[in-house]
Design a protein around this ligand. Sequence first.
Ligand SMILES: Nc1ncnc2c1ncn2[C@@H]1O[C@H](COP(=O)(O)OP(=O)(O)OP(=O)(O)O)[C@@H](O)[C@H]1O
Length: 270
Amino acid sequence: MSLALAKTYEEPTPVTKPSNPIIEVRGVSKVYGNDVVALDNINIAFETGHLTSLLGPSGCGKTTLLKIVAGLLQPTAGEVLVKGKPVTGPGPERAFVFQDFALMPWASVMDNAAFGLKMQGVPRSEREDKARHYIAEVGLAGFEKKYPHELSGGMRQRVGLARALAVNADVLLMDEPFSAVDEQTRRKFQEDLFRLREVEKKTFLFVTHSIEEAVYVSDRIIMLSPRPGRISEIIDPAIPKGINPDDLRRNDVYLDTVEQIWQGIRKYVE
Ligand SMILES: Nc1ncnc2c1ncn2[C@@H]1O[C@H](COP(=O)(O)OP(=O)(O)OP(=O)(O)O)[C@@H](O)[C@H]1O
C-alpha cells in the first residue's frame, strides 16, 4: 500500500508555506546555558484554522518551541510573528493550556474558567456568561460550582480549555493536552477538539508524544529531531475526516502513516 494520500516533505519547502499563516517562526534558535542547543534555526509557518502537532523524541525541543510561540520564552536568535506582529511576550491572541492544567485549586470551575477574562477587566456578569458558555462547550455544564479536586484529570483539562476559549484567543497552544487522561476521555476530548476547530475556527498548535494521536487529529505534523532540535519532516496525514475510531484502526492510510512516522523516530530511541 503506497502512501499516496499522506503528503510528506523532507524540509520546509515552498509547498508547505501556508496561504494564510497566523504564526510564522523565522530562524528561531534556542540555546540553554552555554551549549544545550534545544532548537536550531527553525523556520515554519502555521496555517490559520489548522491543527498542527509537534512530534518527536523526548528532548527534541517541542515544549521549547511552543513556549517561544506563546511568548513565555525568548529565543536566542530569530523571531516569531503572530498575525504579522513580532511576539515580545504573552498576548491575548494566544492562550497556553498547560500540561498540569494550571488551575487554581481554591477557585471553582466558574472562577477558573473566567480567570483570563477577569485579568482583562471584564465585568463579573459578562465574564460569567462567557465562562458558562465555554464550560458547556467543553462538556462541563452543571459543574460550575465544583472545585478542581472534585474533578477527574480529564475534567480539569477541560476547565483549562474553557479558560483558553473564554478569552477568545485565536491560537490555542497546548502542551500534551491528553497526557494525563484515560483512553476514553482522550477519545472524547479529541472529538471535541475537531468540533471546536470547526465551530470556533481556532488554530491549534500542540505537543504530543503519541504518534497515533498526532496522525488522527492533525492537519499537519511537524517532526523534530533531537539536539540540536531541527525540523526533520512535515507530514500532512490524509485521514478521512470524521472517520469513527473503530474504522480508523483498520484504515490503511492511518496505519501506514503511523508506521512511517515510527520508522522516522525509532533511530532516536533505540
Ligand atoms: N530550562 C532549561 N535549562 C536547560 N536545559 C533545558 C531547559 N529546558 C529544556 N532544556 C533542554 O532542552 C532540550 C529540549 O527540551 P524540551 O523540553 O523543549 O523538549 P521536549 O521535546 O518538549 O521534551 P519532552 O518530550 O521530554 O517533553 C532538552 O535537552 C532539555 O533538557
